[in-house]
Design a protein around this ligand. Structure first.
Ligand SMILES: [Zn+2]
Length: 173
């Protein structure tokens, strides 16, 4: 069940059934029907959360993701500027922890890691995780034993030494 779980959601935009974004078809799949999923946005009158009415299973949506944030030099540079600004403003150091949901290929967290700030990226895409790992910021993946043997988040170097402060960049990739 997506979102807050309230049974009385009010649909405000229904786009019908849509193919998945960035799901590039292979040549052998062009003659077959493309998988489609409901795409509707709804509003919860109880908690005000705007949400989709159905979730596509992460294994389907994200396991092989074709969008790599680092393909844009301008975006990587923008991320570097943000990281340096937040490190200075919030005095982040080796006792801090920066968490990014949907951390993609480490385009953002790499800047914190290079500055000696521990990071935790979370991203379900296996192919993108390989790139992020090579960049020194391996993401935690909830159902990926190969990437996380203990099935618990890992923090990329340097190790934390005390109760971390948290800064959570919110850019969605
Ligand atoms: Zn709600």
């Amino acid at each position: 069940m997506p979102g807050c779980g309230w049974p009385g959601l009010a649909v405000v935009l229904d786009l019908g059934e849509q193919p998945l974004a960035n799901a590039i078809l292979k040549a052998e799949d062009l003659g077959r029907p493309e998988p489609r999923y409901p795409l509707a946005m709804a509003y919860c009158p109880e908690c005000w959360l705007v949400q989709t009415t159905e979730n596509v299973p992460p294994d389907v949506l994200f396991r092989e993701y074709t969008y790599f944030s680092s393909v844009s030099d301008a975006f990587v540079e923008h991320s570097r500027v943000i990281a340096e600004r937040l490190i200075a403003q919030r005095k982040l150091d080796a006792t801090s922890l920066v968490i990014e949901l949907a951390s993609n290929d480490g385009y953002l967290l790499q800047h914190y890691a290079r500055a000696g700030v521990p990071v935790l990226g979370i991203d379900p895409a296996r192919n993108i995780a390989e790139v992020a790992t090579a960049r020194g910021v391996p993401p935690w993946q909830s159902s990926s034993p190969a990437s996380s043997p203990s099935n618990s988040p890992r923090v990329a170097a340097p190790p934390t030494s005390s109760t971390p402060t948290t800064s959570s960049p919110t850019s969605r990739t």
